[in-house]
Design a protein around this ligand. Structure first.
Ligand code: ZN
Length: 381
């Protein structure tokens, strides 16, 4: 971050002078941390473009104010070894201007109050209205970034945000994730959820979008600091993959292959059994109320093979390689956990994508019965 020149501008309402300090490289260093600020959407400029005049309190667009003078930062020259006093003259000029404009107040960020009265007093073109409402939203949220108790939206904030959502809707390069965040804070969870889930832009498939989606699913409407969660990327991957799979048709099956075996559950459990090697399980409640856990290898492959079927006949199918009976789902879950299995939904990770897909068939008669034989299975106490 290097200090840029200081600009002297004139307020168009009161003719008073204002100082604007430019800091270069701010964009690159600023890390998104809050859910409402996370996305540097192109239509939301730096909040500093809208300023409050320190003299007349008017809200004005900083870059539109008349430029009266400017001077470079003295720090710029202190960076060089100036043995020949080469920059002495420039330094002196800067020093004089600093004295001349010493009393001139700096640009100030408008308060929430000032922003709302500005919106209500002026008729703005929609692209500017969008910017002001976006800044008003974030400025209003500043009071929620500190402190311990939740502050609900005022009626004014709710109206502003609802209007912002409408404007974003009509804006050509609208950013779906920031709109989803606005909808979330308005409590319009169904709209917010479907917006993220159906959107295929890169921003809807990054970790910020995932963070916002997870708050939506929790029913949380509050502005939140984006925390670090190393597992979030796996949950994101899982979601994006499921979204993608929903759009591809299942492979066609060769009807001469092994007869299909119906299991309705796709709530996968997995166990890491070695480097890139996992066992998979599904808990199925049968029609008679009994519970069976079915086991699979990675991608539904068999160990022993099925000599009576060709590869073509087995394409798009997954082999059930073992099973164990239980008296209840709870008992089955407990036994799976005791034996090192975890639920994929709770614990997505690099094993994602190794679970069996396609239609199931029964290969228990020719497989080794890895768990039912008892050697690799521990009964919980
Ligand atoms: Zn002014």
């Amino acid at each position: 971050m290097t200090p840029g020149p200081t600009l002297i501008r004139r307020c168009l309402h009161c003719q008073g002078l204002l100082k604007q300090r430019n800091i270069r490289g701010r964009h690159g260093l600023r890390r998104p941390v809050w859910s409402d600020e996370a996305l540097g959407a192109p239509m939301f400029p730096e909040a500093s473009s809208l300023v409050a005049c320190a003299h007349c309190r008017a809200v004005v667009w900083g870059p539109e104010l008349e430029k009266v003078d400017s001077y470079a930062s003295p720090m710029r020259y202190s960076q060089f070894f100036d043995t020949e006093n080469k920059y002495e003259k420039e330094r002196e000029e800067i020093r004089l201007k600093e004295i001349l404009y010493e009393e001139v107040p700096f640009f100030e960020a408008p308060t929430e109050e000032q922003l709302f009265s500005y919106i209500n007093s002026t008729s703005l073109p929609s692209n500017k209205e969008l910017q002001v409402r976006g800044i008003a939203w974030r400025t209003g949220n500043d009071k929620r970034r500190t402190g311990t108790c939740d502050i609900p939206f005022s009626a004014r904030e709710t109206d502003n945000l609802a209007r912002l959502v409408d404007l974003l809707n009509h804006h050509l390069d609208h950013e779906p994730v920031i709109r989803a965040e606005a909808l979330r804070e308005l409590g319009r969870m169904d709209e917010a959820k479907s917006l993220i889930e159906t959107c295929t832009t890169p921003s809807a498939q990054d970790e910020v979008a995932q963070f916002i989606l997870e708050r939506i699913l929790e029913g949380d409407t509050y502005v939140r600091e984006i925390t670090h969660d190393p597992d979030r990327q796996w949950r994101l991957l899982r979601r994006v993959r499921a979204q993608h799979e929903a759009t591809i048709a299942l492979p066609t099956h060769d009807l001469s292959g092994p007869p299909p075996f119906a299991i309705t559950s796709r709530d996968w459990w997995f166990k890491v059994v070695g480097m890139l090697c996992h066992n998979w399980a599904l808990i199925e409640t049968e029609a008679d109320g009994s519970v069976v856990v079915y086991f699979f290898h990675d991608q539904g492959k068999t160990r022993s093979g099925l000599p009576q079927y060709s590869g073509r006949q087995l394409r798009g199918r997954a082999a059930i390689v073992d099973s164990l009976p239980f008296s209840s789902v709870r008992q089955a879950e407990r036994a799976l956990r005791t034996n090192g299995f975890r639920r994929l939904e709770d614990d997505p990770g690099p094993w994602e994508g190794e679970q069996p897909t396609g239609i199931f068939f029964d290969a228990r008669a020719t497989e080794e019965g890895v768990y039912s034989r008892g050697e690799y299975w521990t009964h919980p106490n």
